[in-house]
Ligand binder design. Sequence first.
Ligand code: HEM
Length: 403
Amino acid sequence: MSRNSPLALRLNTRAMVKTPHTLLDPMREYGDLVWLSNPNRWLVLSRSAALEVLRDPNLHVWTRRNSVERLQDRFDMDLSAVLKALDWIPFMHDGPRHAALRSAFARLLGSIGTDYLKAYEQTSSELLEVMQESGSGDFAAGYADRLHVEVFGHLAGVPPSERHAFHCATALDGTVQAASTVAKMQKACAQLDSVLERLQDLSKTETTSDFMDQVGAALIQSGLEDTAVSRSEFLLAFLLLGGDTQAGALTVGLAHLLDSNGGTLSLGSDDCQLPDKHCLVDEMIRISTPVQTSARYATKDTVISGQHIAKGDAVQLSLQAANFDPLAFECPHAVQSGRPKNVAFGGGRHLCSAMPLVRKTLAITLSHLETLGSIEALPGRTLAEDLTVRRFAHLPIRIPSRL
Ligand code: HEM
């Protein structure tokens, strides 16, 4: 479809997150890449075009700094905490800043990986035990939403009583993603400020802990300044990037497994028809595709999937559409083994730094769910309001009670 096509396709972002397939599937008939008149940009729908975009050196990431600064001026409000978070998120940058941040995340994740997984395993058991005791629970609010912050709290020495506040403050809605309202952004900013302050206390170089030493080493070895302020901002980005994303994979992934098995799932049983655990992890990630979209702009004229993209054009990838591309994934809604690599973690130079870790955390969750016996879906599911990360805010389930 050319940029001047008389077809004026519009994208309703809220509908895209709510019912992605209803909205995106009909667009495929216009090609791998469609031009949207509102907002003005290319939308990428196929896996092959998505991979081309992710690997194209002429397509750069889209920092949100300018738009946040404009909002700040227009509404005369202080959004400095959001700006600080954006400064530390690698996929808000290209060039030397990106290289330094990518290195810092890779180093930190490499050095804390084993401890992170140990703490995840312990937290997962504890949270599921609580549900097991009562025979039911909310897999979203009572489990998936809490894991990353609980694990972080455990590693960084945040007392359990403070972790809920950390969780509330580091949801992506209103911070990294375009906020749906200014009020939401203002509230998110105030919460981020208080978390930053607390993280600065924890980051003071004189109060040493193994975790904080690893944070400091990751920064220094990546050529970044190691101060209480830089540690706190780096850790804020760490919290923002890992919470909702993992919650999305867990909740949307489990909901899909439940639905495709008639509402009841017995992962450990002999008649369970699902692929082995490693394939199941990949399928949960593909089917959930928590990060719905990713944006780029052309720094030079380029060609994607045979389509000319002019310098300055914006390109939005629907990772969700790419992961349900029927040409790449036969029967895309089915859970199957032997699939090609999906793009839920992005690709190219911005490929998610935590991909290996997340695959292990999901495998831990599946092992724990396997020991619970038969899990049943209960009514009351609701999607979170986020516009970039798709996850359930509530996912009630029944599990066999231990009592
Ligand atoms: C299921 C869970 C996750 C998913 C689906 C996911 C997805 C993604 C995607 C799509 C990108 C690329 C964005 C772009 O190119 O515009 C990305 C980048 C990144 N993610 Fe994840 N992510 C997950 C979990 C995590 C966790 C737990 C962390 C760390 C705490 C993390 C850290 C990062 C970092 C540092 C980058 C930036 C890479 C770069 O720009 O070089 N992610 N992630």
